[in-house]
Design a protein around this ligand. Structure first.
Ligand code: CP
Length: 329
C-alpha cells in the first residue's frame, strides 16, 4: 500500500484504513472500493425508507469550527441513513469559544462514547492532530482543514466523474481558479493522479497558482482559453476571498473577464465536456449562472452523490462491511 507523504496514522497496524485525513497515501484500490460501495448506497436514497442498520448504535459527532452547508448536512444525512446517532456541534455552541482546547473538547466527547468525529477547521492539520490523540476505536474524518485537504469532496467528485464520464485514463481535467487557497484542488489533484487521469491541468492567474504546483503532476496554464482546449471535465473552484492576504486579483470584473466560466469558454473544451464546482459558488465571479444552471453542469449531482460517498466512507472506517442493506424493521 502506497503511503507517500501521508503519515501512517491513517492506517491500522494491519493496513486497514482507520481515519480519512488526506487522499495522498491512498491507493487506487481503496478509492475504487469506496466508490463501488457508494454505488450500492445510491439506491437507499431512492427508497421510501432511506435507512439501513449498518451503523446502528454508533455515535458520530460532526465537529465544525468553520461554516459549511453541503459537507455538514450530507454527513448528517449519511450517518442517519446508516442508523448512527448524530450530534452536530459548531464553533459558536462549543466550549472552545470559552477557551477550552480542541483536544479537551474531543476528550470530553470521547467520554460520552463517541465512535467517530467528522472535523472541519480553518487551520491545516486539525484533523491530523485529533487523530493522533484519540484511542484506537475512535475514527476521524477530515471534512476540510485550512488549505490542506478535503478528501471526502474529492471522493464525491471522483464518483460523479465516473458516473457521468467513465474511465479516468480517457479523460483530460482542468481545475480552474484559486488553486493557491484550495484544499479541494489539492485533494482532487491527488485523486485524479492516483486514478490514472489522462491529463490534469490547473488554470488560474499566476498569483493564485502555488509555486512548484507542477511537482504535483499537473500542467499549469495562466490563459484560460488555452487551458480549456480539449478538456473533458472542467472543475471550477471558489475564489476564497476570506483567505486572501493582499491584492491577489485585479478586480471582480477583471477576474470574471479572464477566468470566469461562461458558455463561450465551455465551448472551447471538448464537445461533451461537463462542469463541476464543489460549492459554495460565487455566481458572476468564477462562474456564469448560465453555466452553473446549464445542461453540462454536474453541480447538484455532486451534492446528491456526497451522501452515498460519505455513507461509504463511514461504513469503511467503522464497518461491518455492507451486506445488510435491508431497511430497519
Ligand atoms: N464543498 C464544500 O465543502 O461546501 P461546504 O463548505 O458548504 O461544506
Amino acid at each position: 500500500m502506497s503511503r507517500n507523504s501521508t503519515p501512517d496514522i491513517q492506517f491500522d497496524t494491519d493496513g486497514q484504513l482507520r481515519h480519512l485525513l488526506t487522499i495522498d497515501g491512498l491507493n487506487a484500490e481503496t478509492i475504487i472500493e469506496i466508490l463501488d460501495t457508494a454505488e450500492s448506497f445510491i439506491s437507499i436514497g431512492q427508497r421510501h425508507i432511506r435507512k439501513v442498520p449498518l451503523l446502528h448504535g454508533r455515535t458520530v459527532v460532526n465537529l465544525f469550527f468553520e461554516p459549511s452547508t453541503r459537507t455538514r448536512t450530507t454527513f448528517e444525512i449519511a450517518a442517519k441513513r446508516l442508523s448512527a446517532d448524530v450530534i452536530n456541534l459548531n464553533a459558536s455552541r462549543m466550549s472552545t469559544s470559552k477557551g477550552e482546547s480542541v483536544l479537551d473538547t474531543v476528550r470530553t466527547l470521547e467520554a460520552m462514547h463517541t465512535d467517530m468525529f467528522v472535523v472541519r477547521d480553518g487551520s491545516s492539520g486539525t484533523a491530523h492532530l485529533i487523530a493522533r490523540h484519540v484511542p484506537a476505536h475512535v475514527h476521524i474524518i477530515n471534512a476540510g482543514d485550512g488549505r490542506h485537504a478535503h478528501p471526502t469532496q474529492a471522493m464525491l467528485d471522483m464518483f460523479t466523474i465516473r458516473q457521468h464520464k467513465g474511465a479516468f485514463d480517457q479523460l483530460r481535467f482542468a481545475i480552474v481558479g484559486d488553486i493557491l487557497h484550495s484544499r479541494v484542488a489539492r485533494s482532487q489533484i491527488h485523486a485524479l493522479n492516483i486514478l490514472g487521469a489522462r491529463e490534469v491541468r490547473v488554470i488560474g492567474p499566476q498569483t493564485l497558482l502555488p509555486t512548484e504546483i507542477e511537482r504535483l503532476g499537473v500542467t499549469a496554464f495562466t490563459n484560460m482559453d488555452d487551458g480549456l482546449s480539449d478538456i473533458d471535465v472542467i472543475m471550477m473552484l471558489r475564489l476564497q476571498l476570506e483567505r486572501m492576504e493582499g491584492q491577489l486579483i485585479p478586480s471582480s470584473q477583471e477576474y470574471f473577464r479572464l477566468y470566469g466560466l461562461t458558455s463561450e469558454r465551455v465551448a472551447r473544451a471538448a464537445p461533451d465536456a461537463v462542469v463541476m464546482h464543489p460549492g459554495p459558488m460565487n455566481r458572476g465571479l468564477e462562474i456564469a449562472s448560465s453555466v452553473a444552471d446549464g445542461e453540462r453542469s454536474l453541480i447538484l449531482p455532486q451534492v446528491t452523490n456526497g451522501i452515498a460517498v460519505r455513507m461509504s466512507i463511514m461504513a469503511k472506517l467503522m464497518g461491518p462491511q455492507p451486506q445488510n442493506l435491508e431497511p430497519e424493521p
